[in-house]
Design a protein around this ligand. Sequence first.
Ligand code: GDP
Ligand code: MG
Length: 180
Amino acid sequence: MSSSDEEGGGEEYLFKIVIIGDSAVGKSNLLSRYARNEFNPHSKATIGVEFQTQSMDIDGKEVKAQIWDTAGQERFRAVTSAYYRGAVGALVVYDITRRSTFDSVSRWLDELNTHSDTTVARMLVGNKCDLESIRDVTVEEGKSLAESEGLFFMETSALDATNVKTAFEIVIKEIYNNVS
Ligand code: GDP
Ligand code: MG
């Protein structure tokens, strides 16, 4: 994260945000939906880039989010400390159609807490809410876990774009509020 005066007097912010959660919950598609408005039904574990940058305007200031995606290493439970280094925001994602991914959330939160030394703005994300007919985790369960852990909460769909922009922007605004 940095804040510096630019020529012209404006201020610029750069925030590192990480996306974590079990394999195939939709992390890469949430990022591609937010950063490029794209969805990949057959996305491979590795998309070949470490992060994407997306800007938004807050109070007339340009705020850049550098959003990191795992390259599939979460399958081996070996997301490295470098991945978390300097992160000021995190989206912890589960798949509302697979309870095992919801059960993993506490492990991901432990890992996040172990590797982050600052106040990290954290959002619990229940993804794939377009798949209501095969839902396996209720909205109430998500809400209640988020409340007990002090996280923001949102259900999203990277497929139909429900709440994706909102989820990222809530985290970015919270980080901004924490530093400004
Ligand atoms: P990652 O391993 O967490 O990065 O997950 P991916 O983004 O690669 O997605 C895993 C699979 O779930 C892919 O087949 C995606 O097309 C699918 N997927 C991701 N997000 C959604 C969603 O919101 N709705 C539905 N129906 N499928 C999704
Ligand atoms: Mg991925």
